[in-house]
Design a protein around this ligand. Structure first.
Ligand SMILES: Nc1ncnc2c1ncn2[C@@H]1O[C@H](COP(=O)(O)OP(=O)(O)OP(=O)(O)O)[C@@H](O)[C@H]1O
Ligand SMILES: N[C@@H](CCO)C(=O)O
Length: 286
């Protein structure tokens, strides 16, 4: 079977750890029952590979021995450690493959919830699985999610640098306590996020996508951050750090190329993307 999982941009600035958007870059993995476990063209330790770890973990969760498997990475469009949910894509693929090939009979939502508990970032996992703009929260170990529409007039462009960042390092960059007024600043703005995306109101997005909880601490790790912060002054652009970085997500009504200096283009790959991408499975080749 084949499983394709899209990239995701978590946080959207003010929705730290709570919301994410799926984007049309895909990782596609094929899974074939075999005599021994094998990952095609992979020279590392099998147990270090995230797709294989997730595949085995879902069997273990069901107290079942795993079926030996050959995993092939057919398409890897999501760059690793760039704040685009690459690890979420790997984990969802492994878990859904285990569920289907092992006849574990978990529901779609159970597979997604297990993936979120393994990955630790439901704001990547849920949009990748369900597609589009999805908010999540956890209560008593249960994940809840809600999808919101995205207006077709909004254009999304990723700026992806070569520089890797580690999510855990960039979480450690955030202070452990925050000011009450900064929390109020974010809560007041994030309430307006679903309607701004629904109506495609770029000026509202520009005003509200102004985070105080994580972006100020992460911009120092973003390449050419001063130039990026200068670009934020353009009325035609809303800009957020994608996940924990190092990629950026630009939201606009028109192509953004004219705003990008040569200096920025020398560091970032500019990739237009579509929202609404979601996990797909092709079970034909089981
Ligand atoms: N396609 C992949 N194949 C194998 N391992 C991967 C792959 N993608 C991610 N990983 C594993 O996940 C780790 C990266 O996880 P990390 O959460 O830091 O980045 P990310 O998922 O790319 O970005 P983010 O979670 O911030 O959106 C890598 O170090 C690697 O161990
Ligand atoms: N919300 C998480 C996403 C990690 O991909 C963070 O910003 O650290």
């Amino acid at each position: 079977m084949k499983i394709s999982v899209p990239a995701t941009s978590a946080n959207l600035g003010i929705g730290f750890d709570a919301i994410g958007l799926s984007l049309s870059l895909y990782n596609t993995f094929s899974f074939t029952k075999s005599r021994n476990d094998h990952i095609v063209s992979y020279s590392g330790e099998l147990d270090d590979h995230l797709v294989y770890q997730a595949y085995k973990a879902f069997f273990t969760y069901h107290r079942r021995p795993h079926l030996p498997i050959t995993i092939e990475v057919e398409q890897q469009e999501i760059p690793i450690s760039r704040g685009l949910g690459s690890s979420a894509a790997c984990i969802l693929a492994g878990v859904f493959a285990a569920n289907t090939l092992g006849h574990l009979n978990a529901s779609f939502d159970e597979c997604v919830a297990f993936s979120a508990s393994l990955e630790g970032h439901p704001d990547n996992i849920y949009p990748a699985a369900y597609g589009g703009l999805v908010a999540t929260y956890q209560d008593n170990d249960i994940y809840y999610h809600q999808s919101f529409p995205v207006h077709s007039s909004l254009q999304f462009t990723l700026l992806i640098p070569d520089q890797h960042t580690s999510t855990s390092d960039l979480r450690n960059a955030i202070p452990t306590t925050i000011k009450h007024q900064d929390a109020v600043h974010n809560v007041a703005r994030v309430l307006h996020l679903p309607s701004a995306f629904k109506t495609g109101n770029l000026q509202t997005l520009r005003r509200i996508l102004n985070d105080k909880l994580h972006e100020p601490y992460r911009y120092p790790f973003i390449p050419k951050s001063n130039e990026i912060l200068t670009l934020k002054r353009h009325k035609e652009l809303a800009i957020v750090i994608s996940g924990s970085g190092s990629s950026l997500l630009f939201i606009s009504k028109k192509p953004i190329d004219a705003y990008l200096t040569d200096s920025i283009k020398s560091v970032y790959r500019v990739v237009p993307v579509q929202p609404e991408a979601k996990l797909t499975m092709d079970k034909k080749t089981i």
